[in-house]
Design a protein around this ligand. Structure first.
Ligand SMILES: [Fe+2]
Length: 350
């Protein structure tokens, strides 16, 4: 239950103390769209929006033949600061390593400076680009912490997007290790790099239903014994997104920032979980894919807009799988809250 400023923290809420960052910058590394150099930067209350155009460094005297690239995937770099300590957390890896590596290079992101990574869920459009950071074979000394929400992350999936539904594949643990990741399964909320926190498993507490366009094969790529008892002995189950997590920050003086990634458990449920864990009701920004496309309906997109209007976050940044129905209605009802992201856009909050 949330009041104007605080939410009551249930006994299960961990960690005991939510880190509060002095500043947070989010950079879109992978999303659907790019935009040339014609959008203005914005200086809004509690938020600066800096555009990157085609990705050319400022001050360059010659246009680059290379450009930022878009694709149907999501990757966000979060840079935060507490006092003199700065940390970089990478949330998701987009669909392809080609796009992520291209965009990181043009945006000047050095993978060696990333302190931790979070994979929101086991879908190809979020993990596919993981080799972009260190290649398929990283130096043995390099092991970047990678947090996932559950064993289900590794199960093979089929995508319900064709006839027959194509195999999506699996996220290969050995390939991850060889590419320099140290996988940590965290179904409960976890502090990331001392400055961010994850939601852990997101309960279904709002009117939102799970909406996941995949089915899962227990035992293929994942360890049956580590799955929930009602799933482990089946050959194929409906995906309920039980392992999906969101990554969150609490920014001093501003409130919560929730990176929802794909929202298969519902974007409102994700935000409510962040509120319950932190004990803070004020939401500064909700950013990510809200998946208000099929199997969700236009009615559900409208309901989510209405719920956001009641929740009253300062800013909503719809990415990736959010869908045009939500964006059009949200722009109509609360135009000052909606900020359109493009690859390379930086959101500075302090
Ligand atoms: Fe997605």
């Amino acid at each position: 239950m949330c009041g104007a400023a605080f939410c009551s923290r249930p006994a299960w809420a961990t960690p005991d103390v939510t880190p509060v960052v002095d500043a947070l910058t989010l950079t879109i590394l992978t999303d659907s769209g790019t935009f040339g150099p014609f959008l203005p930067d914005l200086d809004l209350p509690g938020l600066k929006v800096l555009r990157s155009g085609n990705g050319m460094p400022s001050g360059a005297t010659r246009m680059s033949p290379q450009s930022l690239m878009g694709e149907f995937g999501l990757s966000v770099l979060a840079e935060s600061r507490i006092g003199g300590s700065s940390k970089r957390v990478l949330v998701d890896f987009g669909y392809t390593a080609t796009v992520l590596a291209n965009n990181m290079a043009l945006l000047g992101v050095d993978p060696a400076t990333i302190d931790a990574s979070v994979l929101s869920h086991g879908h190809l459009d979020h993990y596919g680009g993981f080799t972009a950071l260190f290649g398929a074979n990283a130096k043995p000394a390099r092991q970047l912490p990678l947090y996932v929400g559950g064993e289900e992350t590794f199960c093979e999936r089929v995508a319900m997007i064709g006839d027959p539904p194509p195999i999506m594949g699996t996220l290969d643990r050995l390939a991850l290790r060889q590419a320099g990741y140290d996988v940590r399964i965290a179904p409960a909320s976890e502090i990331i790099a001392g400055q961010a926190f994850t939601t852990g498993i997101i309960p279904l507490e709002s009117s939102e239903r799970t909406a996941i366009p995949t089915r899962m094969h227990p035992g293929v790529g994942c360890d049956r014994a580590q799955l929930r008892a009602d799933k482990r002995d089946q050959t194929e189950v409906t995906d309920d997104g039980e392992h999906e997590i969101a990554t969150c920050y609490l920014v001093k003086g501003l409130g919560l920032v929730v990176i929802a990634s794909c929202s298969h458990r519902g974007v409102l449920n994700s935000v409510r979980r962040a509120q319950a864990i932190s004990g803070i009701s004020k939401v500064h920004m909700v950013i990510g894919g809200f998946h208000l496309v099929r199997p969700r309906t236009a009615d559900e997109a409208h309901q989510t807009v209405a719920a956001f209007a009641a929740m009253n976050p300062e800013y909503i940044v719809p990415m990736h799988c959010t869908g045009e129905v939500f964006i059009e209605e949200a722009l109509r009802q609360m135009p000052s809250k909606i900020v359109r992201p493009y690859v390379g856009t930086r959101f500075e909050m302090s």
